[in-house]
Design a protein around this ligand. Structure first.
Ligand SMILES: O=C(O)c1cccc(C(=O)CC[C@H]2O[C@@H](n3cnc4c(=O)[nH]cnc43)[C@H](O)[C@@H]2O)c1
Length: 245
């Protein structure tokens, strides 16, 4: 597939991408799939940014159109996420994915949840490599994203991200998921975008500002605004470093 120097960017909800959309300064083009596509430059890099809507189906839809129509050399998934208590991430910190996992795709047996390896049907095959619940993130882009977060002065941690259909609202569930996948935080789109990037052979990187701790649900403790602002600052810094590397 033809690729160029464009960086493709996907966030799930408008609040996660408001500063970036403003910086791009362009009037969004409404086209395929009823999505708004913002194009422009960030720190010298050519950007296409789309707000996908929440969840795996919306994320896959946007990622497919992004890759098929704009041929990016990299896809960045950014936004906010919930940290598992065991990670010791705090609200406002920046988490970067070393890999993504589909945390609730599998089978539930008497003795508990089993991943897709148990069924032995991969979600995707590339040559002889089979992908079940785990999807890769690009190492070099992840390293650069960590560097960008540190340049911005944020506490940063790299590790496994879990993508869930059901947002975790108890400390017990957070403990189960973080232990099973050795995951540091969760979100609702990342694995789907990583999966589409794998199908089309486009490098994928994911960064999340921590908006909440995954524990007994109490929305009054969430800080989506700060998490989103810190994450977008990191993405803007990353864009400048990525193009100058
Ligand atoms: O009100 C809620 O219960 C609620 C649950 C999850 C997310 C939201 C949002 O408003 C943010 C949308 C976006 O945020 C990601 N996110 C943030 N925290 C979590 C979490 O603890 N578990 C899963 N996803 C989370 C997610 O990617 C959403 O798209 C509100």
């Amino acid at each position: 597939m033809k690729k160029n120097k464009t960086i493709g960017m996907i966030a799930a909800v408008p609040l996660e991408g408001n500063s970036i959309a403003r910086r791009l300064g362009s009037t969004p083009v409404h086209n395929t799939g009823g999505l708004s596509w913002h194009t422009g430059r960030l720190g010298g890099a050519e950007i296409v940014f789309v707000v996908s809507g929440m969840g795996k189906t919306n994320a896959s839809h946007a990622a497919t159109i992004l890759i098929r129509n704009y041929h990016p050399s990299l896809v960045v998934n950014f936004g906010v996420g919930g940290a598992y208590p065991s990670s010791e991430l705090k609200k406002g910190d920046i988490a970067v994915a070393s890999r993504e996992v589909y945390a609730d795709e599998g089978v539930l047996l008497k003795n508990g949840f089993q991943t897709l390896e148990y069924i032995d049907i991969p979600l995707f095959k590339k040559g002889r490599q089979m992908y079940f619940n785990e999807l890769p993130a690009d190492k070099e882009a992840s390293r650069l994203m960590m560097a960008a977060a540190r340049t911005c002065g944020f506490r940063t941690l790299r590790g496994t991200f879990a993508t869930v259909s059901t947002c975790t609202g108890t400390r017990q569930r957070a403990g189960e998921l973080s232990k099973r996948f050795v995951a540091i935080c969760e979100n609702m789109e990342g694995a789907a975008i990583a999966h589409i990037c794998l199908i089309y052979d486009v490098p994928f990187v994911e960064v999340r500002g921590i908006s909440n701790i995954a524990e007994e649900r109490d929305k009054s403790k969430w800080n989506i605004r700060t998490a989103s602002a810190n994450c977008q600052k990191t993405v803007m810094e990353f864009s400048a470093q990525y193009i100058g590397r």
